[in-house]
Design a protein around this ligand. Structure first.
Ligand SMILES: *Cc1c(COP(=O)(O)O)cnc(C)c1O
Length: 350
């Protein structure tokens, strides 16, 4: 039985081109900035995002933490959405290692934050208050189901933050999915943010890595924080080589993942008992709910036993993520298996 793995786009394996580039990569000691392949990747990322500079890091989690360490001091407050990946899935690093308070504003269903609520969350000067120094945005928004923030919205909220003296960091782990979905240059989406990070290791299929981009001054400071965290790697061009291929060859094809995600969502909508909103699917993430007679963890486990893997962000929801390693035919097969499972569940309930 073929396993159809929809747990995450992080499971994508490196392509043959990547393997070859890794084998052939010219390398040096990156802590001395002497790895030509890393330097090339950082220059390429900065150019594509139209930021002054970029820093190659081990992961998105490391990039986000470095951004916080670079912009804030212990005791500062930072604002983010109530569904932010930085809040839910980064082990509390902002507080544990950054020493900052995470102040949340409720995310709307589509991943946005209400401007009025953000403004209210920004602390005025008062001897009792921590200082608010950073606003964190997320595009695409993971827990909101891969929803995109438009350039117009991003500009408006960044302008508000800047008016109050805050910096803006954009967690753009899947920013290229957003750019492809909106059909706008990625540079336009990230222009309002002071810094942005994105993942090479998700839909772009590279084995490892993230880039943190911003001004020369920001990246110079970030580089030092990366060293402190143990992220100063040596001949890391071996890995960066795959990242170059990811940026050069894997961006445009993300549209295919968005098409398979829509196909999955509309197929699920045809299965009685499943709750799903196909019109809310904007990129490669599909959220749905199993029949009410079965707890979500049990549904996921039984689906897994039938070779369809998925995950849950908690509550009733199941999360399915499409990527390069699942085809439209795989989705058809997954839909068949899920339909069969749902029928079985409903017959047990009677
Ligand atoms: C995956 C993800 C990250 C973290 O990336 P890792 O490389 O897994 O550490 C950060 N933010 C968002 C929105 C993500 O989806």
């Amino acid at each position: 039985m073929k396993i159809i793995d929809l747990r995450s786009d992080t499971i994508t394996l490196p392509t043959e081109d990547m393997r070859r580039a890794m084998y052939e990569a010219e390398v040096g000691d990156d802590v001395y900035k002497e790895d030509p392949t890393v330097n090339l990747l950082e220059e390429l990322a900065a150019r594509m995002l139209e930021k002054e500079a970029a820093l190659f890091t081990a992961s998105g989690t490391m990039s986000n933490l470095i951004a916080i360490l670079t912009y804030t001091r212990h005791g500062n407050e930072i604002i983010m959405g109530s569904e932010a990946h930085m809040l839910w899935a980064e082990v509390g690093s902002a507080s544990a290692l950054g020493g900052v308070v995470m102040r949340t504003v409720p995310n709307e269903q589509d991943g946005r934050l209400d401007l009025g609520m953000v403004e209210q969350a920004i602390r005025p000067e008062n001897i009792h208050f921590p200082r608010t120094t950073l606003l964190c945005l997320e595009n695409t928004h993971n827990r909101c189901g891969g929803t995109v923030l438009t350039p117009e919205y991003t500009s408006a909220i960044a302008e508000l933050a800047h008016q109050h003296g805050l910096r803006v960091h954009l967690d753009g782990a899947r920013i290229f999915n957003a750019a492809v979905a909106l059909d706008v240059p990625v540079s336009e989406l990230v222009a309002p943010a002071d810094s942005v990070c994105f993942s090479l290791s998700k839909g772009l299929s590279a084995p490892v890595g993230s880039l943190l981009c911003g001004t020369q001054e920001f990246v110079a400071k970030a580089r030092k924080w990366r060293k402190m965290l143990g992220g100063g790697m040596r001949q890391v061009g071996i890995i960066a080589a795959a990242g170059i291929i990811a940026l050069q060859k894997m961006v445009a094809r993300l549209a295919e993942d968005h098409a398979t995600a829509r196909h999955l969502a509309y197929g699920l909508a045809n299965i009685p008992g499943i709750t799903v909103h196909p019109d809310r699917v904007q990129t490669n993430i599909v959220m749905f709910e199993p029949p009410i007679t079965i707890p979500t963890p049990e549904f996921i486990q039984r689906s897994n036993a039938r070779g369809v893997r998925s995950g849950s962000p908690g509550g009733r929801r199941v999360r399915a993520v499409t990527h390069r390693m699942v085809t439209k035919a795989d989705i058809d097969e997954a839909l068949n298996r899920i339909e069969f499972l749902v029928r079985e569940i409903e017959s047990e309930a009677h």
